[in-house]
Ligand binder design. Structure first.
Ligand SMILES: C[S@@+](CC[C@H](N)C(=O)[O-])C[C@H]1O[C@@H](n2cnc3c(N)ncnc32)[C@H](O)[C@@H]1O
Length: 219
């Protein structure tokens, strides 16, 4: 069956009807981000729900995200963590970080989210020192694709036994696809995918969820 933009939209609507709409505060975040003119790069509600689901499958204390944007996926991660669970999320663009921080305040979760400003590769070593190996229940990588291999290497050891490392866009983006490795982002995704698939610290699957989702569970 050929997929068209209309069929993707209808499938999204079907998924929301059957599996449940976004919680009201997460919908409000999405609507506010659109109104504020933020880029429309947030995960879909279905992937958000999946992030919450896997966070629920862990002890739910700590998630680490690279790529905050307006806070949409971080709010979904919080849904799945325990009541005291926290998210550390990294963002390099101040307007995105400002928006997300205001949203976390507006939705009463500011104490549970630590927005770290800066480039992921600059900020990660400090975070790794703070939290220590084996301490993160869910790592979610969703920022510049060119750094994917380095993000994987920098975060894999932080994942707790039984925790998950999830990466969005492992097969493509709106402008590039994994069949063209001359694209530096896709070349980095390919390198990371092959590394993750052979990494004996994890059981791993590459889900063909639109742009592709890596899901790796720490052994
Ligand atoms: C795809 S969006 C994140 C979407 C978000 N995870 C969600 O689903 O709601 C990617 C974000 O990563 C940020 N970003 C890009 N390069 C970065 C880097 N080197 N370090 C940190 N953040 C970066 C962008 O500014 C953007 O806000």
């Amino acid at each position: 069956m050929p997929m068209t933009p209309e069929r993707w939209a209808e499938t999204g609507a079907y998924a929301r009807e059957v599996f449940g709409a976004e919680p009201p505060h997460i919908e409000a975040n999405r609507v506010a981000a659109l109104a504020a003119g933020l880029p429309t790069w947030a995960v879909t509600g279905e992937i958000g729900r999946f992030l919450a689901l896997i966070a629920k499958a862990t002890k739910g204390e700590l998630a680490l995200e690279i790529g905050t944007l307006g806070g949409y996926s971080a709010l979904w991660l919080l849904e799945g963590l325990s009541d005291a669970g926290r998210v550390i999320t990294i963002e390099s663009v101040d307007t995105h970080a400002d928006f997300a921080e205001a949203e976390f305040k507006r939705h009463g979760v500011a104490e549970r989210v630590d927005v770290r400003r800066g480039l992921g590769l600059d900020v990660l070593p400090e975070i790794a020192d703070d939290v220590g190996p084996g301490s993160v229940d869910v790592v979610f990588i969703d920022a510049d694709k060119e750094s994917y291999f380095e993000y994987y290497e920098a975060t894999a050891d932080l994942v707790a036994p039984g925790g998950f490392l999830v990466v969005d866009n492992i097969f493509g983006t709106g402008s590039s696809w994994i069949d063209d490795l001359s694209d530096p982002g896709m070349a980095a995704a390919d390198r990371m995918n092959r590394r993750a698939a052979r990494d004996d610290r994890f059981d791993t699957a590459g889900l063909f969820a639109r742009a592709g989702l890596l899901v790796a569970r720490r052994r």
